[in-house]
Design a protein around this ligand. Structure first.
Ligand code: SF4
Length: 481
């Protein structure tokens, strides 16, 4: 009941920092706080003093629920990594919370965002060597490969293991004396590099995060993206980097721009709030309609609605008031209140929408259950017409790279025309932004991106076959992060 959004689920967020002189646990806490939108099921931080033992605290719940002053103070050190998680296959047990800590040939902690498509093969190879596993997470496969690797230096172990991993992985790993961050050769999931200066000494230290909004909150400066296939090492010597593995093409997730990432994050030089407003402008250019008022589905449609209203020369208003605390109620509504469903999260304003021809803007539709209820609530509130404008193309294919998108059969656009989907949702009209419109708004080339959930063109050969095998052969359902 706490998840009213039936769009794609958020995935995971990672953070890492090597910063003697700083309170690294506190910096990790606030960085994760900024990345909370990427995963709300569990959170964790691992720290270590240089040369000392790794400590980790992780649990199910929001960052603010997992940590308090007492637990943060117990996490001392110069090095930290952190993780927020949304489990992609429904398994959210404590064992799958991260950072994962392993103590094999070396001790390390690891946080991962993505999904391996060769997890079954790697898992069985490791099991053949009697390597034990505690979790059902594919992230532990990466941790086990690195922790059992005989190389003396962790960065050499990463350089050797990285080419064996297939799929999406933006990963941060720490030992007692280094943080190593690496990204898959296609660069599917994001990972950014930042710098933080000590307020008194002025000395520079480095950090990595899934999104640049984490740097803003802790007073760090965004430097650049970690490159696809790049290994970045943070130690007392500063920052080291090497390109380990290249791919024929990059395939950054285009949905990060449309929905997953926070609007104040910058990715590949683009501030997402600005790009999303451009998507709204193009949405109007592709499908104008006679209307009186533009309203967003809050908050996911806010930026695109602003752009659309600007392009249309139409007024924009709040048609719904959103309850911002809905994720914090754990009380079930019970039979009597259940029929009010979505009102727990959105309450329409009859005074705003009554008698109006509305353009309703949102960023995506997966199953359509929420959108159907939104249209119905607006009609009950007196809307004269409801025209849906969606700033992403129809989602017709599942993601195998770390995003929970439902199965094809559950997707409302799968096997239906746009007019049929509009009919299913009860809307007067519906238009999805074209894929060409998305790339025009991003001022980016399609060549460097993954858009498989829209196009069905998976950038990694054998993706669907590998994942089918993965589900069949796993003893336990392995989960992505
Ligand atoms: S399939 Fe969709 S959500 Fe998954 S990585 Fe590609 S663009 Fe992103």
């Amino acid at each position: 009941m706490n998840d009213h959004r039936d769009g794609p689920r958020d995935e995971c967020g990672v953070f890492g920092i090597y910063a003697p002189e700083h309170d690294v646990a506190r910096l990790a806490y606030f960085a994760l706080f900024a990345l909370q939108h990427r995963g709300q099921e569990s959170a964790g931080i691992a720290t270590a003093p240089r040369g000392g033992a790794i400590m980790a605290i992780r649990d199910q719940g929001l960052v603010s629920q997992v940590f308090d002053e007492h637990t943060l103070r117990s996490l001392v050190g110069d090095i930290a990594i952190g993780h927020v998680r949304y489990s992609t296959t429904g398994s959210s047990e404590w064992e799958n919370a991260q950072p994962i800590v392993r103590d094999d040939h070396r001790t390390l902690a690891l946080a991962h965002n993505g999904n391996l498509i060769n997890a079954v093969q790697l898992h069985s190879e490791l099991r053949d060597h009697d390597i034990p596993f505690r979790s059902t997470s594919d992230s532990e496969i990466i941790a086990a490969l690195l922790a059992t690797h005989p190389a003396d230096r962790i960065e050499d172990a990463v350089a050797d293991v990285l080419p064996r991993l297939k799929g999406a992985f933006s990963t941060v790993v720490m030992t007692e004396d280094a943080v190593v961050a690496f990204r898959d050769p296609h660069g599917i999931r994001p990972l950014a590099l930042g710098m933080i200066e000590h307020p008194e000494s002025g000395r520079a230290a480095y950090c990595v995060a899934s999104e640049s909004c984490a740097f803003d909150l802790i007073g760090a400066r965004y430097l650049r993206e970690v490159q696809p296939g790049e290994v970045v090492t943070l130690t007392e010597r500063g920052i080291g980097t090497r390109l380990v593995s290249g791919a024929e093409r990059h395939a950054f997730c285009v949905f990060e721009y449309i929905y997953f990432a926070r609007p104040d994050s910058k990715m590949a030089g683009t501030v997402l709030q600005v790009a999303r407003a451009r998507m709204g402008e193009l949405l109007w250019q592709e499908a104008p309609v006679e209307a009186d008022l533009v309203i967003p589905v809050p908050d996911s449609g806010n930026a695109a609605a602003r752009g659309l209203a600007r392009a249309a020369g139409l007024p924009q208003d709040d048609g719904f008031i959103k309850n911002r605390y809905v994720a914090r109620t754990f009380i079930q509504p019970g039979q009597e209140l259940r029929r009010h469903g979505l009102r727990l999260k959105f309450n329409p304003l009859p005074e705003v929408v009554g008698g109006r021809r509305l353009v309703v803007v949102d960023d995506s539709i997966v199953r359509g259950n929420t959108t159907r209820q939104i249209v119905q609530m607006l009609r009950e509130a007196g809307a004269a017409e409801v025209h849906l404008r969606i700033s992403a193309p129809p989602i017709k294919h599942p993601c195998h790279y770390g995003i929970d998108m439902s199965t094809r059969e559950e997707m409302i656009a799968h096997g239906r025309t746009v007019a049929e989907v509009a009919g299913e949702l009860g809307a007067d009209s519906l238009h999805y932004l074209s894929l060409a419109g998305v790339y025009e708004a991003l001022r980016a080339s399609r060549v460097d991106h993954c858009d498989a959930c829209f196009s069905g063109e998976y950038p990694l050969a054998g993706t669907e076959e590998a994942n089918g095998k993965y589900a069949l052969e796993s003893e336990l359902p392995l989960v992505g992060a």
